[in-house]
Design a protein around this ligand. Structure first.
Ligand code: NAD
Length: 485
């Protein structure tokens, strides 16, 4: 019998499901059991061509519609997503292995928020009138054209919507390539957008590995590339996009600092560290994996953190009482276990966890290391798993310098009761998405993205509009046009 997660076909192009079994088969594995639940086929050159041609063509009429008309469709899609939240959350759990307790509130719902928010903004995208004496200049905010979205595997529904919603609101079309690890959810987003009235060809999903992504990025008909992925992939995609002078948004990895001062509320700080490291089993780009704790509070903090982490409930992700799921793949589990071994070898003190959980599926125990120093591998490299490192510090100046000593700059957080210090420290930290007395809140109203190697551009909020549109300026002369000869 076909598994309920098996999609109708691998790709969604021009408003309908399309299959081409000539492509390389991509097995979809449920991380909680290791069982194959679906198969999709990588896009062949003919599928890539169909997607590009249809998206390029459909965009012209879409851009001519009013923002109100475009926005209405996006908001309708948001409503459908909310009505089907349970079904979509189950699919997200099959795709990623994340517990249903999380996916019910964080994935389809976050996608719906983006569609609602950008649907609401669509009608307000206007230009400016700039008086020049008798003459004037006016500006027009125009679509970029055909945008390519390429997703990572940790938030397949959310990423498909975070890219699609602003792109469509601004009058662009999109070809979205999900991660080969989690290919299912974006197809549902495409299906729902069309059910909500999106004209055919405007939001297409094609499957494949990096090479399919690369063929999209290098296509001269593509105007913009928005990637969510690792820094090494980001460097390749950015370079390829630059060769074609394309617009880019790069949402990449991080090794973000979370700074906890002696005066912080202990329970809140522990909650912050848990949210910053163990949500989605640690597979979150903005995670605060370097937890700098001031000397005076460190032992108390560690004791309470270990005590609360021991209550994490691992198990069947479909059981809504389970709050900690497996790694997305066996490979990712082995990468994380490799880092844990490195941490032990390099002298970090294991406080809890530290091994594969004794159960079916790719589970790694939530792991805490203390006595971590700045040079250790686990303090320098993005692990993308449930491994929290505690580093001790004494002064504010010292911690800011150490926190900034990294190529990454996605996020940063601070816990303190001293409001001046909170704002001063955040002001001095090199990061794009920051938190005070909290961690990992990512509402659609707030800009999201990194500095340094963690990215270029911003997703969400009004900022995203700037990255999915361009401004045309028009000088209007009322009198005669004079010339030198
Ligand atoms: P990845 O870099 O391996 O792959 C990301 C996507 O890029 C995949 O769809 C992949 O097929 C595609 N790709 C690979 N090579 C390509 C190429 N040469 N040209 C075009 N496309 C190519 O990342 P991943 O392992 O799927 O995801 C984990 C990474 O994503 C982590 O580093 C994480 O921090 C990052 N991430 C960042 C954010 C953010 O918003 N900043 C969010 C989620 C994940």
């Amino acid at each position: 019998m076909t598994h309920p997660a098996q999609p109708t076909a691998s790709h969604f192009i021009n408003g309908t499901y399309v299959e081409d079994t000539e492509g390389t088969p991509i097995p979809v594995i449920y991380a909680a059991t290791g069982e194959q639940i679906a198969t999709v086929y990588a896009a062949t050159p003919s599928i890539v061509e169909q997607a590009i041609v249809t998206a390029k063509e459909a965009q012209k009429e879409w851009a001519k519609m009013t923002g109100t008309e475009r926005g209405r469709i996006l908001r309708r899609a948001a409503d459908i997503i909310r009505e089907r939240n349970h079904e979509l959350s189950v699919l997200e759990t099959y795709d990623t292995g994340k517990p249903l307790q999380e996916t019910l509130v964080a994935d389809a719902t976050s996608g719906a928020d983006a569609l609602e928010y950008f649907g609401g903004l669509a009608a307000s995208l206007t230009g400016e009138h700039i008086p020049m004496g008798e003459d004037w200049v006016y500006t027009v905010r125009e679509a970029l054209g055909l945008c390519v979205g390429i997703g990572a595997w940790n938030y397949p529904t959310q990423i498909a919507c975070w890219k699609g919603a602003p792109a469509l609101a601004c009058g662009n079309s999109m070809v979205f390539k999900p991660s080969e690890t989690t290919p299912l959810c974006a197809l549902k987003v495409a299906e729902i957008l069309h059910e909500a009235g999106l004209p055919a060809g405007l939001y297409n999903v094609i499957q494949g590995l990096g090479e399919v992504g690369a063929s999209l990025v290098t296509d001269p008909r593509v105007d913009k590339v928005s990637l969510t992925g690792s820094v090494p992939t980001g460097k390749k995609v950015y370079a390829a996009a630059a060769a074609g002078m394309k617009h880019v948004t790069m949402e990449l990895g991080g090794k973000s600092p979370l700074v906890i001062f002696d005066d912080a509320d202990l329970e809140n700080a522990v909650s912050g560290a848990i949210n910053a490291n163990f949500y989605s089993s640690g597979q979150v780009c903005s995670n605060g994996t370097r937890v700098f704790v001031q000397k005076g509070i460190k032992e108390k903090f560690l004791a309470r953190l270990a005590e609360r982490t021991a209550t994490a409930k691992l198990g069947d992700p479909m059981d809504e009482s389970v709050n900690f799921g497996p790694m997305v793949t066996e490979n990712q589990m082995n990468i994380v276990l490799g880092y844990i071994e490195k941490g032990k070898e390099e002298g970090a003190r294991l406080v809890c966890g530290g091994k594969r959980a004794d159960m079916e599926g790719y589970f790694v125990e939530p792991t805490i290391f203390a006595d971590v120093t700045d040079e250790m591998t686990i303090a320098r490299e993005e692990i993308f798993g449930p491994v929290l490192s505690v580093l001790e510090f004494e002064t504010e100046e010292e911690v800011v310098a150490r926190a900034n000593d990294t190529e990454f700059g996605l996020s940063a957080g601070v816990f303190t009761q001293d409001i001046s210090r909170a704002h001063r420290v955040i002001g001095n930290l090199e990061a794009g998405s920051c938190f005070i007395n909290s961690y990992n809140d990512a509402p659609v109203e707030a800009p999201f993205g990194g500095v340094k190697a963690s990215g270029v551009g911003r997703e969400n909020s009004k900022e995203a509009i700037k990255h999915f549109s361009q401004v045309k300026s028009v000088y209007v002369r009322m009198g005669d046009c004079e010339a030198a000869f």
